[in-house]
Every structure is written in structure tokens, then in C-alpha cells.
Design a protein around this ligand. Structure first.
Ligand code: FAD
Length: 384
């Protein structure tokens, strides 16, 4: 049987390059950025210089054209050093997926090159105070005005929102129409009427800023609309289906880093005259972690390979995100347990891993919503 973890030469190069970069340039300062809740744009620029901001983007638009698998490999390595930077990059890539899949040739030519090169930072703005899991109920209002729209309302929890140059934003022309009223727009953050509001005071991934966005008669040209009026939710869900593969990959990286820290501690720490690694209770946690991480990576890579071969990914990407984020949460929690009191100290990274992991069970669709998606598919097949 072929090795399911086998990678091509170019893929191995991406993994090894990003591993070296993340170990040298992200890991040493991740705790300090978490502590000070600082987003460091210069690190995004370093990632851009390595080609990571456009890894999956077509070469015609300034990217490397390497696809979702290469992007997943990069995100696993970045997250193993710094989950906040991985989530920030993943959202930047998500914005590009929406434009690639639903933008016209002219829109792709206009928006993708600056995003792929990293000269512009992207964000994805769906969530609102009254619209979270029920995204079809969003209220950001778009009023047709000449050859554009005026937007009024707010978005919350928008990762990269405070620093972004281009935001893929979802609004409604008529809330009573539900999903049929929703449209997707690319808004430049220097547009009149656009402002950044409060920054969320987060539990984890504190070196990526999630912010409120305020639209007060913000002006967007019709030429910036992705798809037709009424297709906005399709754009959002299509983008998220791919974006979740990146989040799943990041969760694999975080879980891997937590397991490495737990294993290193378990072989170094002695109690009752022997290594705690020699205790069955500790071995069970380590073995379960290693097994779940491999399973999460297989689900993630399956979804990435499906996407790169043009096959449907809806359920596969939900399964990957669900299982990988639950794995990250459990492995990070067990790592804190294995380190004991030291694990509960902010002087060790595992407590940060635990805080960072929790968010992944919530964003890009909560894990309850992913279970609904997976179950719905089963039910549809059973009743066909
Ligand atoms: C760190 C972080 C970064 C984020 N970044 C972004 C971003 O960049 N862009 C963006 O648009 N949003 C972003 N979000 C928002 C995120 O997508 C939402 O928080 C998420 O979709 C859940 O919405 P909500 O918080 O309103 O929770 P709710 O939808 O109010 O859900 C609350 C609880 O009810 C459960 N629930 C709701 N409906 C059902 C149901 N039908 N069946 C079972 N359970 C249900 C949920 O699973 C959850 O446990 C981010 C969130 C976080 C935490």
C-alpha cells in the first residue's frame, strides 16, 4: 500500500523551508507576542517573502500555484510555532479563495496579485452581533446607490480586520429575504465610511487581532461584488469549505507541538524514583495523542488532495476541521496535565497551546455545526 503520508519533492521542500522559518523566526517570540497581544505585520511580510501568502494562488495571479496541500503543509508548520500567525495567514488565504472561485477575470486580476504577494493583507467578514452560526440572518445592510452600494452596520470577530487592506464582506439588500438577499463584496479598508472598532479581548491566538468593523455609509463599487446579488452566502460557504482545511492543518501543527512538549517533559521528569513516562497513565495520554494527530493529519490531507483534484470537499473538510480541532484541544489539555504544575504556568508554552486550541472549536463553523453538516449528508444519502 502506498504511504498515505508520502509527499512530492516540491511539497517536502515547502514543509522543510517553513519548518525552518517557523522554528527560527516565529517560535522564539510567540510567547511575547501572546503576552503583549501584538500582531507583527513584519512577520506577515517575512512569510510573504517566502511565498507563503500566495502558495495556493494561481501563478497567473502572482502565486506559486501549488494548491491546497502545499498550503496545508505550510500552515501545520507555522501553527506548530505560533497558532495566531497560522490563523491570520489562513484567513488571508480564505479571502483569496472567495475571489478565485467567484470573482470575474477582471476582479481576479485586480485583487489577487496584491494578496498573493502579501503587499495587501486580506480578511473575511461574515460574523455579526446577531448572526453567528446562523449566517443567513446577517443584517449589514447594502443599499444600491448609483454604480455602487452603501453599507451600514457592523461585523465582529474579524481576524486581520484591524490591519487588513481588503476585506471580503457579506451584506444583505433585504434581511427578510434570508440567504437570497445576501451579496459578497470586496471592500478596500480606505473606503469612505469604513472604520475599525473595538479589538476582541481574546483567550488565545492573542497575536492575531480580531476586531469589530464599522460600516457607516461605507461606499463599495458594484465592480467589487463577487457573484450576483443573492449569491453571497454561496461565496462565503464555498470559501469556508476550503479555509477549514487550513484550520485543520493548523490544529495538527498545534497538537504536534503540544505532544512534543509533553513527551519531552515525560522523559525528563522523575517521580517515585522513575520517569513519569514509565507510568501507564502517562503513556495512555501520549499514545492517544499520537494516534489522534496522525488521524487528524490523514483527514486533513485527504480533504486537501480532494480539493486539489477538483472533487467535492464539503463533508471531508468539515470532518477534518472537526476532528483536528477536537484533537488539538484534547492533546493540549493533556499536555498541561502531563506537565503538572509546570503546565499551568505561563512560563511554559503548553498553557498557550491550550488557550489557542479552544478557538478552533468555535471559528470557521462551530464543531456543533460541523456535526450537523456531516449528519445531514448521511441522512441525505440514506433517504435518496
Ligand atoms: C478567535 C476567533 C476568530 C474569528 N474570526 C472570524 C473571522 O475572521 N471572520 C468571521 O466572520 N468570523 C470570525 N469569528 C466568529 C466565528 O465564526 C463565530 O464565533 C462562530 O461562527 C460562532 O458564532 P457565534 O459566536 O455567534 O456563536 P452562536 O452561533 O451564537 O453559537 C453559540 C453556541 O450555540 C451552538 N449552536 C448554534 N446553533 C446551533 C445549532 N443549530 N445546533 C447546535 N448548536 C448550535 C454553537 O455551536 C455554540 O456552541 C471568529 C471567532 C473567534 C472565536
Amino acid at each position: 500500500m502506498a504511504d498515505p503520508f508520502a509527499l512530492g519533492e516540491a511539497e517536502r521542500q515547502v514543509r522543510d523551508t517553513v519548518r525552518a522559518f517557523a522554528g527560527a523566526e516565529l517560535a522564539p517570540t510567540a510567547a511575547a507576542r501572546d503576552e503583549s497581544e501584538t500582531y507583527d505585520r513584519s512577520l506577515f511580510e517575512r512569510m510573504a517573502a517566502l511565498g507563503l501568502t500566495g502558495l495556493a494562488t494561481a501563478e497567473a495571479h502572482g502565486g506559486a500555484g501549488m494548491g491546497t496541500m502545499a498550503s496545508a503543509l505550510a500552515l501545520e508548520e507555522i501553527a506548530a510555532a505560533d497558532m495566531g500567525m497560522a490563523v491570520s495567514l489562513s484567513v488571508h488565504v480564505l479571502a483569496q479563495h472567495c475571489i478565485t472561485a467567484f470573482g470575474t477575470a477582471e476582479q481576479q486580476d485586480r485583487f489577487l496579485p496584491p494578496l498573493a504577494s502579501g503587499s495587501a493583507l486580506g480578511a473575511f467578514a461574515l460574523t455579526e452581533p446577531e448572526a453567528g452560526s446562523d449566517a443567513a440572518s446577517l443584517a449589514l445592510h447594502a443599499t444600491a446607490d448609483g454604480d455602487g452600494y452603501r453599507l451600514n452596520g457592523t461585523k465582529i470577530w474579524i481576524t486581520n480586520g484591524a490591519h487588513a487592506d481588503l476585506v471580503v464582506t457579506f451584506a444583505t439588500t433585504d434581511r427578510a429575504k434570508g440567504r437570497d438577499g445576501i451579496l459578497a463584496l470586496v471592500i478596500a479598508t480606505d473606503a469612505p465610511g469604513f472604520a475599525v472598532g473595538a479589538h476582541e479581548r481574546k483567550m488565545g491566538i492573542r497575536d492575531s487581532v480580531s476586531a469589530e468593523l464599522i460600516f457607516d455609509d461605507a461606499q463599495v463599487p458594484v465592480a467589487n461584488r463577487l457573484g450576483a446579488e443573492g449569491e453571497g452566502l454561496t461565496v462565503a460557504l464555498g470559501g469556508l469549505a476550503v479555509g477549514r482545511i487550513g484550520i485543520a492543518a493548523a490544529c495538527v501543527g498545534l497538537a504536534r507541538a503540544a505532544l512534543e512538549a509533553a513527551t519531552a517533559h515525560a522523559v525528563a521528569r522523575r517521580q517515585f524514583g522513575r520517569r513519569i513516562a514509565d507510568q501507564g497513565a502517562i503513556q495512555t495520554m501520549l499514545a492517544d495523542a499520537a494516534t489522534s494527530i496522525d488521524a487528524a493529519r490523514l483527514l486533513t490531507w485527504r480533504a486537501a488532495r480532494l480539493r486539489d483534484s477538483g472533487q467535492p470537499i464539503g463533508t471531508a473538510s468539515s470532518m477534518a476541521k472537526l476532528f483536528a480541532s477536537d484533537t488539538a484541544m484534547r492533546v493540549a489539555t493533556d499536555a498541561v496535565q502531563i506537565l503538572g504544575g509546570a503546565g499551568y504556568s505561563r512560563d511554559n508554552p503548553v498553557e498557550r497551546f491550550m488557550r489557542d486550541a479552544k478557538g478552533a472549536q468555535i471559528y470557521e463553523g462551530t464543531n456543533q455545526i460541523h456535526r450537523l453538516i456531516i449528519a445531514q449528508q448521511l441522512i441525505t444519502e440514506a433517504t435518496r
